[in-house]
Design a protein around this ligand. Sequence first.
Ligand code: XMP
Length: 304
Amino acid sequence: MALNVGRFIEEAIAEIGQQVKGKAVVGLSGGVDSSVCAVLASRALEDRLVPVYVDSGLMRQFESERIEEIFSHLGLVRVNAEDRFLNALHGIIDPEEKRKIVGETFIRVFEEEARKVGAEYLIQGTIYPDRIESEGGIKSHHNVGGLPLDMEFAGIIEPLRDLYKDEVREVARALDLPMEISERMPYPGPGLAVRIVGEINKEKLAVVRAANTIVEHELEEHNPWQAFAAVLGMGTGVKGDNRVYGWVVAVRAVSSRDAMTADVLELPWSVLRRISSRITGEIPNVSRVVYDLTPKPPGTIEFE
Ligand code: XMP
């Protein structure tokens, strides 16, 4: 059944108003889900809401600065927690462990911020497919199954828990969020941590961040559900007169409706070649670029 957007907005605002006693924090990442939540919550709670953006060091190029600009009118609090996340992730290679560490670190930061302002509630943008994948044991979404059990909050409120992504986008448009938010590609909570296969360090983060910028820019007009780059490992190559041992970057571009299944985009060869030559040309320590041909299933959208 089609979503009645106006009614959904009214009911969500009423529900948040009824559930929150005193103050709440909302985790705002700049994605469409959390942005919609933040706007609904701010309409319900006004100055009893504190939106918190955590810069985990796992975000894309210039993302933190842009989000700060867009949401400054909601009184956004930015917490720079890069070192904390990278220390917690040091030496971790298991994808599920990475997710749990990121989820736990986010929650601890939110708890600290909530304590500072005397807020007892956390509002977050979990949507229906997040719950299904976590409940079905497919993976721990950092904002569902990846959360620690011993949270300090009196209540967690998830106003979008029954919506699909395309419905959230409809709500975003109705709330007059800018297009760069309402039409934004999904981006995983654990961010670049799940786009680095194996151990995370600053060198790999710099490579994957630069490669993501190129892929997003080159593929914007192809309207992918998601398009991104990941660092897989190392391989040999030749640059100039030298044999080099550098990073292997995978490019992934998929279409989907709800992220539960996905198809590989059939991109023109010229586009793929351009992406490949830009990545190897502009990022010095990359030796080769591959295009991922795996639909979901059997692959997942992200690499970890
Ligand atoms: P996968 O890789 O499982 O991803 O096919 C399905 C969709 O979910 C996003 N994703 C996440 N989102 N926390 C999130 O908030 C996570 O831990 C997480 N892992 C994957 C992914 O980008 C895709 O849209």
